[in-house]
Design a protein around this ligand. Structure first.
Ligand code: ZN
Length: 293
């Protein structure tokens, strides 16, 4: 009888173990709340400056930094962007499987929707600011604003947790991660130098601090939101750089600076004025939504 009980218990244990493994692998991703048609519109890839390339869609910017030791990819767009990015990388003459490091400006589904698939194909290391680790690893379900309804993208395992001003190194490149919280808790801009035959350029890939609808000061899911946004505006106004890029192409007017077929022209992205104006517009909106009444 004791023997029977033991094996019975063993079978139940095995069964429940198998059940939980099965459920974990078949994790459901809920339909995303919104897709702007320009997010899925294709875009011709091009060389921005030195070893930095645009490989995203018409509006969802993805950046490839190439090095002799492999490549860094920043942002992936939606899940549907993966074949577009892959095609773009290969059209430029690079190997998709040479991507070694994955970064993102923030963990919303329109910038990390393809991250799990790209990580699986390339085996690259995923690095993200500590504030966005939870939301990247649960598919956005712990996002302070959009979370709570389920995973909006396939969860991605984080290999390295980034902190303010950490440096990401690969093949002679040094990319500095600047923590600019508010839009998400771990929102990050990237600052680095690239060089061509003429000169070197300091590039800023900015996570522009957009305050989404329904963000309220002191909200329970992010009590520090107003303070964090305030500090981010302060820090971003101080930044020094030559070329301005961002998470969405529309945030830096890509279509006014580069048309399909245009030749190599890094200085088209030298737009401190455009950056200052965009930041000022967002700060006005921030004061309206989160400022002291
Ligand atoms: Zn976002």
């Amino acid at each position: 009888m004791l023997q029977f009980k033991r094996s019975y218990r063993y079978i139940i244990l095995l069964f429940s173990l198998q059940f939980s493994i099965c459920c974990a692998s078949a994790q459901k991703v809920i339909p995303v709340p919104y897709i702007n048609p320009v997010w899925e519109k294709p875009c011709e890839p091009f060389r921005i400056a030195g070893n930095l390339y645009y490989v995203g869609t018409y509006d969802l910017a993805s950046y490839l930094i190439t090095t002799p030791q492999g490549h860094i990819l920043i942002n992936t767009g939606l899940a549907s962007s993966v074949p577009v990015i892959r095609k773009n990388v290969e059209e430029l003459g690079f190997k998709f499987t040479d991507i070694k490091i994955l970064l993102c400006t923030h963990t919303h589904y329109d910038h990390v929707g393809g991250m799990a698939a790209i990580k699986k194909i390339t085996g690259a290391e995923m690095m993200v600011n500590e504030g966005d680790v939870a939301s990247l690893e649960d598919g956005g379900n712990s996002d302070y604003l959009m979370g709570g309804k389920g995973s909006m993208f396939v969860p991605v395992e984080v290999d390295r947790v980034l902190h303010e001003h950490d440096t990401i190194r690969l093949g002679g490149m040094k990319v500095i991660a600047l923590h600019h919280p508010g839009h998400t808790k771990g929102a990050t801009s990237f600052l680095f130098d690239v060089r061509d035959e003429q000169r070197s350029y300091r590039v800023l890939i900015a996570n522009m601090p957009t305050v989404l609808e329904d963000v309220k000061p002191g909200m329970a899911s992010y009590p520090e939101v107003a303070k964090d946004f305030g500090n981010t505006f302060k820090a971003m106004k101080e930044l020094k750089f030559d070329l301005f890029l961002a998470s969405h192409a529309s945030q830096f007017d890509l279509d006014k600076k580069h048309q399909p077929g245009d030749g190599y022209n890094p200085m088209a992205f030298a737009d401190k004025k455009g950056y200052d104006e965009a930041l000022a517009g967002l700060e006005k909106d921030y004061k309206k939504k989160l400022g002291k009444k």
